[in-house]
Design a protein around this ligand. Structure first.
Ligand SMILES: [Zn+2]
Length: 198
């Protein structure tokens, strides 16, 4: 299985290393139109599910970014830190809070490397939640520099809030699925209009 968290929303992954940021966001619990809800993959007491997610997400990231295999080992203490990071990245994308701790600033060390062929790389540092924060912030920085960060969005349907990569030409998408969340919102709006008229 590829991109295990985003797969729950049937999403096409964001390109390259940005897919790791999308994966972190999509570990959040969500309601899916017409389908069962999905649980938080980073919930306390569910380290097994979190580790399984991390194994696959980090392997996908290594493959997408042309690295040798990377591995991330999580502990119970990492889980609240990762949920906090997830909330902060969500806020950075302009989406509302989901009741997480309000953190104003997160920092993580990265190593900037210059290879013999002239290629510059950003390598995550640390272990556990700190390593993931380092990788996610580095990918967000690269995405901002190449102007694709604005294409990573949170679905406007609040109970869903899936993170999707907007591939529309004018970057105008607001729903992760127009047929699912877009249609559900349309039906709600029609019902509300009828209620007001009545
Ligand atoms: Zn949605």
């Amino acid at each position: 299985m590829n991109r295990p968290a985003s797969e729950r929303h049937c999403l096409t992954p964001a390109p390259g290393g940005l897919g790791l940021v999308q994966e972190l966001l999509n570990t959040a619990p969500a309601e899916r139109p017409g389908r069962p809800d999905v649980p938080d993959l980073l919930a306390d007491g569910a380290l097994g599910a979190a580790q399984e997610w991390a194994d696959q997400a980090v392997r996908d990231w290594a493959r997408e970014t042309g690295r040798a295999d990377a591995r991330l080992t999580l502990t119970e203490e990492d889980l609240p830190k990762l949920r906090c990071l997830r909330d902060q990245v969500r806020r950075a994308l302009g989406a509302g809070d989901r009741g997480g701790d309000a953190v104003r600033f997160t920092s993580a060390p990265v190593v900037v490397g210059l290879a013999g062929d002239g290629t510059l790389t950003l390598e995550p540092e640390g272990a556990g939640a700190r390593w993931l924060a380092s990788a996610v912030l580095a990918e967000a920085l690269l995405a901002q520099a190449s102007d694709v960060w604005r294409r990573l969005k949170i679905c406007r349907n609040a109970p869903c809030a899936a993170a999707f990569y907007d591939r529309s030409r004018n970057n105008s998408g607001v729903w992760h699925s127009v047929r699912g969340c877009g249609n559900a919102a349309h039906v709600r709006a029609c019902r509300e209009r009828r209620r007001v008229q009545a």
